[in-house]
Design a protein around this ligand. Structure first.
Ligand SMILES: [Zn+2]
Length: 198
């Protein structure tokens, strides 16, 4: 029997995406054997994240400030808004350094299977941002999965009649492709060749 402390930590780690109970327990043992190096470093990195990182109230990005560095950067084009599913997608697109506007993080994708409806995502806040004006283009950069595309179509419908150009990442993204797995060249190309919706 492992100690309660090890079980508790392994249980917490096992909830992380991509880690099962078995690999979580192995990770804990690995850390315990490296108390003064890896474990100490992990504890302090986790503490920093808990103390310093906040969610941007405007776009949903995770940063050390709210509003985030992207939302407050005056060099960024305020007239262009790129809609992504998750913060990881925002970071992937931003690494590609081709999009110079701002972002909106939905916090997921519509999914009948997982019971995720429009009210579970920040679609209302997105519509409000567009309604406030000053935005010319909304780029729908959801994943090239069925749920990602369903989400994009739903948002495009809700934006209908508002004075914005709605575009979507070019096909050529691999079907089922999740943005944060794509290399920067592919992403940049999809963004450069974006096309109007509908
Ligand atoms: Zn922001």
């Amino acid at each position: 029997m492992a100690s309660q402390e090890i079980e508790t930590l392994a249980g917490a780690l096992a909830r992380l995406p991509g880690l099962g109970p078995r690999s979580a327990r192995r990770a804990v043992l690995w850390l315990v054997k490296r108390r003064e190096t890896a474990l100490r470093q992990l504890v302090s990195a986790l503490q920093e994240v808990q103390d310093k990182l906040v969610e941007c109230g405007t776009c949903g990005n995770v940063d050390t400030q709210n509003p985030c560095g992207i939302c407050t950067d005056p060099r960024r084009d305020q007239r262009s808004l790129c809609v992504v599913e998750d913060v990881a997608d925002l970071w992937a697109l931003d690494r590609a350094k081709l999009f110079t506007g701002r972002y909106h993080v939905l916090g997921g994708r519509l999914s009948a299977l997982d019971g995720v409806g429009p009210e579970d995502l920040s679609i209302g806040i997105l519509l409000e941002r567009v309604r406030q004006g000053g935005i010319d283009e909304v780029v729908l950069a959801t994943n090239a999965t069925l749920e990602g595309q369903t989400t994009a179509h739903y948002i495009a419908e809700r934006l209908e009649g508002m004075p914005v150009r709605i575009t979507q990442l070019a096909h050529g993204l691999p079907v089922g492709g999740e943005l944060d797995y794509l290399d920067e060249g592919t992403l940049a190309q999809a963004l450069r060749a974006r096309r109007p919706v509908g």
